[in-house]
Write a protein that binds this ligand. Structure first.
Ligand code: NAG
Length: 212
C-alpha cells in the first residue's frame, strides 16, 4: 500500500489527478457510446465504436485534470476546515469559477480536436452553455458538499473524478447527441426534406391523434 499512497503525494499527485480525470472522461464517453449504440441499433455489435472520440475525451479530460489539481489545491488551501460556512463557500466558488471554466474548455478543447473552427466552437458554446451550466449546478452542489465534508484534500480530484463518471456520460450525450448534429448530417446527405417527417417527436403525436 506504500506505493499506492505515493500516488497521492507531492508532484505525483498532479500526474495521478491528470490521468484519473482523463480516464474517467474516456469511460464516460464509452458508457455514452454504449448507450447510443443500444438506442440506435439495438445491439452493441452492429455499432462502430468511435475510438477517436474517446481519445479526444481522454485528451481533454487530462487537460482538465491538471487544472482541477491546481484549482482544488488552491481552494483547499484558501478555505481549510469543514464548517458549514466554509463548505458553502467552496461549493459556491466551485459553481461560479470552476463550472464555467470546465464547460468552456470542454467544448473548445473537443471542438479543436475535431478540427472545428473557433467560430464554430463559440457558436456551440453560446448554444449549449445554459444547458450545461444548469445541469452542472444541479449535479455538483450536493456532490461537492459531500466531497468537501468527507473526502481528504489529497483525494479531492479523485473524488470529483469518480463522481464525474456519471456526469461525463451525460456530457458526452450533450456534446454528440443533443442539438442539431443529427439533422445536419441528414442535410448533407441530401434528404433534408424528409428529415422532419421521420423525426419521431413530430410524427408520433400527429399519428397517434389520427388513430384516435
Ligand atoms: C468519431 O469522432 C470524431 C471525433 O469526435 C468525429 O470527428 C468523427 O466524425 C466520428 N466518426 C464517426 C464515424 O462518427
Amino acid at each position: 500500500m506504500a506505493g499506492f499512497a505515493q500516488l497521492f503525494r507531492g508532484r505525483l499527485l498532479l500526474l495521478t489527478n491528470t490521468l484519473a480525470s482523463g480516464t474517467m472522461m474516456a469511460i464516460g464517453d464509452a458508457l455514452e457510446q454504449g448507450r447510443e449504440a443500444y438506442v440506435h441499433c439495438g445491439t452493441l455489435e452492429e455499432h462502430q465504436y468511435n475510438w477517436s472520440r474517446t481519445r479526444n475525451m481522454l485528451t481533454v479530460g487530462c487537460f482538465q485534470g491538471s487544472f482541477a489539481h491546481a484549482w482544488y489545491s488552491w481552494l483547499d488551501r484558501q478555505l481549510p476546515g469543514k464548517s458549514v460556512r466554509t463548505v458553502a463557500r467552496k461549493v459556491s466558488l466551485d459553481c461560479i469559477v470552476a463550472s464555467p471554466f470546465f464547460i468552456t474548455t470542454y467544448i473548445l478543447g473537443l471542438g479543436t480536436l475535431d478540427r472545428q473552427s473557433f467560430g464554430e466552437s463559440w457558436k456551440e458554446i453560446k448554444q449549449k452553455f445554459l444547458t450545461y451550466i444548469l445541469a452542472d449546478w444541479l449535479f455538483w452542489p450536493p456532490v461537492q458538499t459531500v466531497n468537501f465534508l468527507f473526502v481528504p484534500a489529497k483525494f479531492r480530484v479523485l473524488g470529483v473524478c469518480l463522481s464525474t463518471i456519471i456526469f461525463d456520460t451525460f456530457l458526452s450525450y450533450l456534446k454528440y447527441q443533443y442539438g442539431e448534429k443529427q439533422p445536419e448530417k441528414l442535410q448533407q446527405a441530401g434528404i433534408e426534406e424528409t428529415t422532419k417527417e421521420i423525426l419521431p417527436s413530430s410524427t408520433m403525436s400527429s399519428e397517434s391523434k389520427q388513430e384516435m
